[in-house]
Design a protein around this ligand. Sequence first.
Ligand code: PHE
Length: 341
Amino acid sequence: MKEKIEAYKKEIADFTAESLEELENFRIKFLSKKGLIPALFADFRNIPKEEKKEMGQQLNELKQMVQARIADLKSELETKEEQKEAIQDLSLPVDWRDLGARHPVSVVKNEINEIFKRSGFTVAEGPEIEDDFHNFSALNFPPEHPARDMQDTFFVEKDPDIALRTHTSSVQVRVMENNQPPIRIIAPGRVFRNEAISARAHCIFHQVEGLYVDKDVSFADMKQTLMYFAKEMFGENTKIRLRPSYFPFTEPSAEMDVSCNICGGKGCNVCKYTGFLEIMGCGMVDPNVLEACGIDSEIYSGFAFGMGVERIAMLKYQVNDLRLYFENDMRFLKQFDKSLD
Ligand code: PHE
């Protein structure tokens, strides 16, 4: 029996199979009911008692060895088989991976950026944590202005000089400090305001603000630039309307409305039957702001504007609850951009 076991062990170790069929034959030869190993177990009854312990062990080892060898060869052959199939059929579809989709706020922000880039604006960026000078003082906010109140601004670590920016006008200040005109930039980015979250307000949102400073820049230049934007964004037939308003950093200041893109200006519940939708603030840069940033207001003038990206997205997509843009529910987000342009 000992010799047989040794001989089988060698045979098993040396065995290789080219096909699953060959492997199956090998399995039958050793392990089937009438195979070599059950035959050895049958002989086991006849061997002398004193050899039983050792032989029993050897037999078990042999059985395990053949089982392990078969399992190894089987997985090897199966992998080979799969690879062969894959190489043979190049038309097989690849594994489908779910494509991501761009966030609707990013889609709209990119669209706004592209429109202004076509008018010669470049993109400028600045920090989200700002000091009082860049967020307020340089923009002509008097020290007691209510927008500096704890209610609107998130201060960082109780330092009244450091806050999360409440608008990206701070980026305009930084650009003017470091460059002389002509300046033509847009400042897209995240801004923060200490507001209770509701369908119409959020403590985080996105803005695109813009600034143009040069010799002889007029209100008419602003109107033309913003009208081009409105038509590109909302359609060729869009009309604009400028209403007087107030911002500390612009004089004169205005709010810009566009004709309602839902009802075409006839009046509906989206525009509250006014025919117009408010989309941004704008105005001529106050000379005090130019001077605070080291630009000679006797030589240069400029205009500035700023809009909320979520507001534009709400109008574009007719989604009127701001909170949906921040919850990151995949079922909501997947609806907007499939192209990943
Ligand atoms: N900074 C203003 C805001 O946050 C928007 C604005 C920018 C208004 C430039 C006029 C000019 O609402």
